[in-house]
Design a protein around this ligand. Structure first.
Ligand SMILES: [Zn+2]
Length: 80
């Protein structure tokens, strides 16, 4: 069963993940970034948003996964 967004009510099969990540790379004289690695993620910036209305729905992977798999009965929303 496909979950519905608690904000816009549309069926959503996935969420949009966004986070501020610190990326470390070698910057060369050619102006290229080489060997990029994701050194760290700002945990406070992690958001799982509805792809339809962009509402921020979850802040933890566990909640997001439970929502998508239907294990979360009622979605907890954050913010106003
Ligand atoms: Zn929505």
């Amino acid at each position: 069963m496909t979950p519905h967004c608690p904000n816009c009510g549309k069926e959503i099969g996935h969420l949009t993940y966004s986070a501020n990540e610190i990326i470390v790379a070698k910057f060369t004289k050619d102006g290229k970034y080489v060997d990029e690695t994701h050194a760290d993620v700002d945990g406070k910036s992690i958001e799982y948003n509805c792809p339809e209305c962009s509402e921020s729905l979850f802040r933890s992977e566990a909640d997001a996964k439970n929502f998508l798999t239907g294990k979360l009965q009622e979605a907890k929303t954050y913010g106003p």
